[in-house]
Design a protein around this ligand. Structure first.
Ligand code: F6P
Length: 345
């Protein structure tokens, strides 16, 4: 008998989600299995917003950013009543299993529902942050890095003309993957990441040394959750409260630019890239990775390999237990940071 499998996208959107949806639907149709799309992440399963996805519904979506299913940051485990409604809808639609395309939050919920409530679930890791364990890359990351690289290239020319320091604040939540990759690709002169608390004195020394050597402009990339070194604080407690809010990071770039200008007297400007890093068409790399993840996840569901997540190791698509993928974040690789550091100053 053919299977009916649910599909949802949860958490922050990222380029490549539609490529994954298309791959799942197209691959399932080869086996005659049915995919039910769930609107707006976990919320749609609780609110009973499910609809059939077929070849027609996924035509033309490969290059499109965002997700045709919609998404939300909704916790299905928030109380027993929510969970009860989720299970009722699961049974009502006769789901044999569920594919969850998510980041840390959605995949943690998937792990809990599989491990503690015996729901048949497989996962696909997506996020621009690239912070999911068990996989070398998540899709969305490569596109975000390309956008950051392009922005840095553009900022170089205006920085050079005005002999300014340009501070570029990028996303990444608690890890420095986007900052490091984007900064290396864009030729940044200083890169500040959450994994390495920074000293203002060192940042200013590097910028002043560049100026003294005749390079009167600089690009500083700062990750949204980069922290000051505790031995050299320059942010007030109030500022920290605003910049490092749990659910909405942002603002370190402004504070850093102000401090750089104060300490070095070099004119400094700031660009916060924000949500532009998550929007638009995915790169070819992300389209291919999302497509491969989609096919793998469908096959895991078809073969009833519940509790697993599609992942990439080297150039091979593999599966890893959801329990290994969540709970901790994949921090920036030390080797990548050392590469970035070679070009500081
Ligand atoms: O996790 C992806 C991400 O874009 C982070 O880089 C950022 O901190 C966060 O989401 C923003 O979340 P929201 O969409 O809830 O504002």
């Amino acid at each position: 008998m053919n299977k009916r499998i649910g599909l949802l996208t949860g958490g922050g959107d990222c380029p490549g989600l539609n490529a994954a949806i298309r791959a799942i639907v197209r691959r399932a149709s080869l086996d005659g299995d049915e995919i039910l799309g769930i609107k707006n992440g976990w919320e749609g399963l609780v609110e009973d917003e499910l609809f059939e996805l077929n070849r027609e519904s996924v035509t033309g979506i490969l290059p499109r950013g965002g997700t045709i299913l919609g998404t939300s940051r909704f916790n299905p485990l928030k109380d027993e009543q929510t969970l009860k409604r989720l299970k009722e809808n699961w049974l009502k639609h006769g789901l044999a299993g569920l594919i969850v395309v998510g980041g840390e939050g959605s995949l943690s919920a998937a792990r809990d529902l599989w491990r503690d409530r015996q729901l048949e679930i497989v996962g696909i890791p997506k996020t621009i942050d690239n912070d999911i364990c068990g996989t070398d890359f998540t899709f969305g990351f490569d596109t975000a890095v390309s956008i950051v690289t392009d922005a840095i290239d553009r900022l170089h020319s205006t920085a050079e003309s005005h002999h300014r320091v340009m501070v570029v604040e990028v996303m990444g939540r608690h890890t420095g993957w986007i900052a490091a990759y984007g900064g290396i690709a864009g030729g940044a002169d200083v890169i500040l990441v959450p994994e390495k608390p920074f000293r203002m004195s060192r940042v200013c020394d590097l910028l002043e040394a560049r100026k003294a050597e005749g390079r009167a402009f600089s690009i500083v990339v700062v990750a949204e959750d980069a922290h000051q070194h505790p031995e050299e604080p320059f942010l007030t407690e109030d500022e920290c409260g605003v910049i490092y809010r749990h659910d909405r990071l942002g603002g370190i770039g402004e504070a850093l630019a102000r401090e750089i200008e104060r300490c070095t007297s070099i004119q400094t400007r700031v660009t916060k890239l924000g949500y532009v890093q998550r929007g638009g068409s995915p790169t070819a790399f992300d389209r291919i990775l999302a497509t491969r993840f989609g096919i793998k996840a469908y096959e895991l569901a078809r073969d009833e390999q519940w509790g697993e997540m599609a992942a990439v190791r080297g150039n091979k698509i593999v599966s890893v237990p959801l329990t290994d993928a969540v709970g901790d974040l994949k921090r920036l690789d030390e080797e990548i940071y050392r590469v970035a550091e070679v070009f500081f100053g």
